[in-house]
Ligand binder design. Structure first.
Ligand SMILES: Cc1cc2nc3c(=O)[nH]c(=O)nc-3n(C[C@H](O)[C@H](O)[C@H](O)COP(=O)(O)OP(=O)(O)OC[C@H]3O[C@@H](n4cnc5c(N)ncnc54)[C@H](O)[C@@H]3O)c2cc1C
Length: 519
């Protein structure tokens, strides 16, 4: 058994920033990630971090843009809390050698523009903000004596004793053995569940493990039906998931058909700069109507030098695939991008279970409502890491750690002999979630999807009871839990709002409410 003051599951922006805060206060931290250190959504973030730095901006404007995007379901107090704490949280990052892109003229951070923001507000490190952020935080963690990293350790389930979370079981993937971790305080920072869908912009870490573990442990889950579909993922057979940042549209890129004609202006007067859900639905509509596999994004009318300087990563990725961003439109499709719902918490990440916190994309604290404003999520990770650290610091002294915990019981399982069951069910799940529970939903499709989830769940339950666990099996089990939560939550919502669009209920209810479920 490995014992820590604080056990953090997840090495994205939320988990890493929390670990640094607590380590600086002298606590012993164990931090787990299920793959290599860079396998996180954080690493892949491109656009940046929203913060009202500009002279023509204000917290009030940032709050208002967030509330408008959230379509009636943001918690205004939480939005105010996060935005009010944004400037110090981002300044702290800038003091950590984060390689922010700066204006040549005044040396201040360059502020990008993204859809849904009324002004330039996005602090960024060129177009690879996530890579720069991950590198900055990992370097700081490696220097800390108080933090122990356990990579390739996949948390299986939380250990809850007499209503209190005391640790978790994890699979050491490289050594193929299970380990018991104990923490006085335990934190889920495992990211979102976008991999429940066939097309996703996230890396494979986004299988909703933390959401599923919290659900199984008895936490409440909120608004799981709100998955944000990013309008523009590169469509290319050699690339599983490569996001084409919103910042391209912010800088003037147009969505066009093969003949070069625009279409977004027919759906919304803000055209390409409308919020993500509107743009994703516009693309989905035109693709389905015309039987297209993809549409195009075109920024080639901008000066070549500007494109190469502002979007070096995207330019290179396209060039490596034989496409020149400065001269031609590139093929794009929408893809699942962000899980707005999650484990219910307050503004310190406190969940329903004592000793358990949830942060970042795993959590639902009320910031995003029915739709996330672009670049608010990294901001949320940074701010929430601070408030959770403060709460843990105030409370940890009163927590006694158990002397021992029951070990993982493998006495009645054997090695699997038919892994094809797992890979087949992965594909089946992700495909029907895409087709039945995707950008546009109907009651009938949701019912069909629920029946299929129940069948798959039964198969996987049997498999889980009889065979030794593996990464694929555990992730499939978690994806199924998340899929069921998404469908159940979607069926409860008898309206179309924000990211949830059901053609059987096209109107918006006059009384917006959160969908809260227990598993
Ligand atoms: C392509 C892309 C671009 C984006 N661009 C932006 C942007 O510009 N601005 C913005 O604000 N947001 C952006 N987002 C969203 C943002 O990146 C994420 O919401 C945010 O990084 C989530 O951080 P996190 O710490 O909650 O989780 P993540 O960064 O996803 O980290 C999760 C961690 O948990 C670990 N983990 C998961 N399950 C387990 C388990 N069972 N056991 C152990 N470890 C586990 C993973 O290994 C990983 O280390 C983008 C997302 C994507 C996919």
């Amino acid at each position: 058994m490995k014992l820590y003051d604080v056990l953090i599951i997840g090495m994205g922006a939320a988990g890493m920033q929390l670990s640094l805060r607590l380590a600086a206060q002298g606590y012993k931290i164990g931090i787990l990630c299920k793959g290599e250190l860079m396998e996180s959504a954080t690493y892949w973030a491109q656009g940046g971090i929203a913060v009202p730095f500009a002279v023509d901006d204000s917290p009030a404007q940032h709050i208002n843009d967030t509330l408008v995007a959230g379509d009636g379901l943001c918690n205004p107090k939480v939005v105010k809390f996060i935005v009010d704490n944004s400037v110090p949280a981002v300044k702290e990052l800038l003091n950590m050698d984060f390689p922010v892109t700066r204006n040549k003229t005044d040396g201040q951070p360059d502020l990008g523009r993204e859809g849904g923001h009324s002004t330039r507000r996005i602090v960024h490190a060129s177009d690879h903000t996530g890579k720069a952020l991950s590198t900055t935080l990992i370097n700081a963690i490696k220097k800390s004596k108080n933090i122990t990293i356990h990579s390739n350790n996949l948390a299986i389930d939380l250990i809850v004793k007499r209503g209190k979370c005391v640790g978790c079981y994890a699979l050491d993937i490289k050594k193929n053995r299970t380990i018991t971790y104990a923490g006085k305080c335990n934190v889920l920072a495992t990211g979102g569940a976008s991999w429940v869908y066939q097309y996703s912009t996230s890396p494979q870490s986004a299988t909703g493990d933390g959401i599923a573990m919290a659900a199984r442990a008895g936490c409440r889950l909120a608004n799981m039906e709100f998955t944000q579909f990013h309008p523009t993922q590169l469509y290319h057979p050699q690339v599983k998931s490569f996001l084409i940042s919103e910042a391209l549209r912010g800088e003037g890129a147009k969505l066009v058909l093969k003949n070069g004609s625009r279409f977004m202006d027919k759906f919304d007067k803000r055209a390409e700069l409308a919020p993500r859900d509107v743009v994703a639905r516009g693309i989905d509509f035109i693709m389905k109507k015309r039987g297209l596999d993809f549409v195009y994004l075109d920024i080639s009318h901008k000066p070549s030098a500007f494109i190469k300087k502002r979007f070096p990563n995207t330019y290179k990725q396209c060039r490596d695939l034989g496409m020149d961003l400065t001269r031609q439109p590139i093929p794009v499709i929408p893809a699942a991008h962000y899980t707005c719902g999650g484990v219910v918490t307050d503004t310190a990440g406190v969940t329903d279970i004592k000793g358990l916190y949830a942060l970042g994309e795993t959590a639902h604290n009320g910031l995003h409502g029915a739709n996330r404003l672009a670049s608010n999520s990294l901001l949320e990770c940074l701010v929430m890491a601070h408030s959770a650290a403060e709460h843990i610091h105030q409370n940890i002294a009163n927590i006694k750690q158990p002397d021992s915990l029951p070990p993982w019981d493998e006495s009645r399982v054997v090695n699997s002999d038919e892994d094809v069951v797992i890979s087949h069910n992965w594909d089946e799940l992700r495909r029907f979630m895409w087709n039945y529970v995707g950008i546009v939903r109907t009651n009938k499709r949701l019912e069909r999807a629920l029946r299929r989830v129940q069948l798959l769940k039964e198969e996987v339950r049997e498999y889980y009871s009889n065979y030794r666990v593996s990464r694929d099996l555990l992730e499939l089990r978690n994806l199924l839990t998340c899929a069921e939560l998404i469908i159940r939550s979607a069926r409860m919502r008898k309206e179309s709002r924000g990211l949830h669009y059901n053609t059987d209920y096209l109107n918006k209810s006059t009384k917006p409410r959160n969908n809260i479920i227990t598993y």
